[in-house]
Design a protein around this ligand. Structure first.
Ligand code: FAD
Length: 429
């Protein structure tokens, strides 16, 4: 018979493992309380996984929204390949199938000395271990002329929901022959291939409905994720590199955007170059979610440093940070990585609460992007700790799409859609 200790040890070796089914009540550990702040891909997965590994541990998930709206898949809305409603997930199954206690409220404070969090209604809740997974927030004061209030006019659409709809409506209202400008953010940011998939999905829409229109990506970086694959796709479908290209990528590392004229949708770079948009999608510089920042979990970078073996904060003890908010580099800030980090964190917390040996964690990331409905590309990688417990890529594992014939790319597009269904089920059901 396999003991719980060995179950934890063996199953954790495979981060590809997708946990499913109801929890097993046969475990018998001391009662402990894990509180999780934020029910995104990271927090929801951690809540479910802890309960599956050890149902004696009480888990409370705190998330203001009753419906989570997924960023993965949200770029597909612009191409008409997905409806915004199909990106929504409720939390009922986490409570029904796994016994996770749900509180729909916002955490306003953490008191690490007393092991307490405070909700917006002033209620205080005690934790033994706390997981902080609030995703990202934006550095609104980074450029002139643009702040949080501007995002009601200039959509970032980097948190899915009303922002996605706003940008989509603007694209639909734009006349043929208009210019869409996407201002990509500097590293590190949520979803490194995201701006380039967005350009592809907008081009997919424009090519059919407004073929005289153009897309300009203004980028503070000199290279980007899956660049060769994106460029190959843009050449095949959107005339990239020709005089009639629908997409132009303008890399301005020495000459970044410093000012946005919100009213006139004009972007100005450091050298005084002006670019006028009909639809402007300015994606601001990013940092860890606000609650992490105000409670001392972030360092000067704006992100949360952690010990990767347990994802425990290096700044505050008994608090673990996972998902986009944490410094997990070289893992990218992706939903797949957040799901993988959550599983490893869950194993560590169960081990720590039971006084059992910590497992050797490994992580996986796979990220699909669509260039057209039938042209998908992907990148994947496996990660582990080296002897100094530094997070590294596993040599020889992973890579990017290699087979670029039409059938293989169509298969990748099919996998991309399957991946979305699988990761959302794995995290929220
Ligand atoms: C356009 C776009 C496309 C993307 N596509 C992909 C893709 O194809 N594949 C992929 O792997 N990744 C993709 N991503 C990245 C992915 O969305 C993120 O990496 C992922 O959502 C991170 O999960 P998270 O749980 O850390 O954060 P989130 O999903 O943002 O969840 C954080 C949660 O915390 C809650 N929260 C915040 N503060 C508090 C508080 N004080 N109290 C309580 N709750 C709080 C929020 O309400 C939120 O629900 C994409 C991102 C974008 C923007």
């Amino acid at each position: 018979m396999i003991s719980r200790r060995n179950f934890i040890k063996y199953t954790s070796g495979s981060t590809g493992l997708l946990l499913s089914g109801c929890y097993n009540k046969s475990f018998n550990s001391k009662s402990a309380h894990v509180v999780i702040i934020g029910g995104g891909y990271a927090g929801a997965t951690a809540a479910k996984t802890i309960r599956m590994l050890d149902p004696m541990i009480k888990v409370t998930l705190i998330e203001p929204k009753t419906q989570y709206i997924s960023c993965p898949g949200s770029n597909w809305v612009f191409a008409g390949l997905k409806a915004i409603d199909s990106l929504s997930f409720g939390y009922q199954n986490l409570s029904k199938h796994y016994g996770v206690k749900l509180i729909h409220d916002r955490v306003t404070d953490i008191n690490p000395a007393k092991h307490l969090i405070t909700l917006s209604n002033q209620q205080a809740i005690h934790y033994d271990r706390l997981i902080v997974s609030p995703g990202i927030d934006f550095k609104w004061d980074n450029i002139e002329g643009h702040d949080e209030s501007s995002s009601h006019i200039i959509a970032h659409a980097w948190k899915a929901g009303t922002q996605t709809t706003l940008l989509n409506n603007q694209l639909k209202a734009m006349p043929d022959g208009g210019t869409v400008i996407i201002c990509a953010p500097p590293n590190p940011f949520r979803c490194p291939p995201g701006p380039y998939e967005r350009a592809s999905m907008i081009a997919h829409y424009l090519k059919r409905h407004k073929p005289k229109s153009k897309i300009l990506i203004i980028d503070p970086k000199s290279q980007f994720s899956k660049q060769a694959l994106f460029i190959d796709g843009w050449e095949r479908h959107y005339g990239y590199g020709t005089n009639n290209s629908m997409i132009k990528w303008l890399s301005v590392p020495d000459n970044p955007v410093i000012r946005v004229d919100v009213k006139n949708k004009i972007v100005e770079t450091d050298f005084g170059d002006l670019f006028k948009a009909d639809v402007l999608n300015y994606i601001p510089t990013q940092k860890a979610g606000y609650i992490a920042e105000i409670t001392g979990l972030t360092n000067a970078s704006g992100w949360c440093p952690i010990k990767h073996k347990t994802s425990e904060s290096t700044l505050l003890s008994d608090i673990h940070v996972i998902g986009d908010a944490a410094i997990y580099s070289p893992l990218p800030k992706s939903a797949f990585a957040a799901n993988s980090e959550a599983k490893m964190c869950a194993f560590a917390i169960v081990n720590l609460l039971n006084g059992t040996e910590l497992i050797e964690p490994t992580w996986i990331n796979t990220c699909y992007s669509l260039i057209t409905e039938n042209h998908g590309i992907s990148i994947n990688m496996v990660y582990k700790l080296d002897e100094q417990e530094k997070l590294i890529k596993v040599n020889g594992a992973g890579g990017v799409s290699k087979r670029l014939d039409k059938d293989s790319l169509a298969l990748e597009a099919f996998y991309a859609k399957q991946w979305f269904d699988r990761i959302s089920t794995d995290s929220f059901d």
